[in-house]
Design a protein around this ligand. Structure first.
Ligand code: ATP
Length: 234
């Protein structure tokens, strides 16, 4: 397994947000975490990227225990994150925002820039525009593009479709698929369970800080409980 999360517990003060979550992501996969509001999906991603400390449990990445590794070292190790709410630099141009993604990494950036501009032609067209004046969907593309500039082995995506019009949602999902086909493993958190399950290979359902189901994504699309709770189905 490329990424293995074993029995992690995470607290905000006295509140237990994660109560023993175990998740594994194999190289080449798209794995999605679905679940309702406050289930612990964002916290799980933040704990993997090192933004939240573990109370207990273990995270292993590419064979190395990273449970206590600082976040910036995890980026260098190959964990890239496009955070919820995007977090781009509004006063910097698109191009500068992308360069910031590669800032911590030594060496050549041109190949990655070319790759990102190829994935997101819109960003190439707008490379001199200020990030803050881009539309919501464009900012989401920029956040993903910036994460790709770190050359991640695994890309963590938190609600990439949030607030986007349906056509843009479809575009973002296509791009995630392309990123995966070009060799990057993806761990995707989504409220949009239907589309996430159509895209992903495997999925975990999280409720109140625990994994309640894990299965191939296509199985969950047909699962009556999942349909009733998360797919607006019968
Ligand atoms: P959503 O889909 O609504 O974003 P989520 O599954 O991503 O939800 P988390 O954001 O991980 O859920 O939150 C898990 C739990 O931790 C929730 O009960 C939430 O209220 C709590 N929580 C999250 N961030 C904080 C914080 N900074 N301080 C206190 N409690 C928090």
């Amino acid at each position: 397994m490329l990424l293995e999360i074993e029995d992690i517990h995470v607290h905000y003060g006295k509140i237990a947000a994660l109560k023993g979550i175990s998740i594994a992501v194999d190289e080449g996969e798209i794995v999605t975490l679905i679940g309702g509001n406050g289930a612990g999906k964002t916290t799980t991603l933040k704990t993997i990227s090192g933004l939240r400390p573990l109370t207990s449990g273990r995270i292993t990445f590419a064979g190395q225990d990273i449970s206590k590794m600082p976040g910036h070292k995890r980026v260098l190790a190959g964990i890239g994150q496009a955070p919820e709410g995007r977090g781009i630099f509004p006063g910097m141009t698109v191009h500068e925002n992308l360069l910031m993604g590669a800032y911590a990494r030594k060496g050549e950036v041109k190949a990655e820039l070319d790759e990102v501009y190829d994935l997101f032609p819109r960003l190439a067209e707008r490379r001199t525009q200020a990030g803050g004046t881009m539309s919501g969907g464009e900012q989401q593309m920029l956040a993903i593009g910036r994460a790709m500039m770190t050359k991640p082995k695994v890309l963590l995506l938190d609600e990439p479709s949030m607030g986007l019009a349906p056509m843009l949602v479809a575009q973002i999902f296509e791009i995630i698929q392309k990123i995966n086909e070009r060799g990057t493993t993806v761990l995707l958190v989504e409220q949009n369970a239907q589309q996430a399950l159509q895209l992903a290979h495997r999925a975990y359902v999280i409720e109140t800080g625990r994994v309640v189901k894990s299965a191939p994504a296509s199985d969950l699309l047909d699962d009556p409980e999942v349909r009733a709770a998360y797919l607006g189905g019968d």
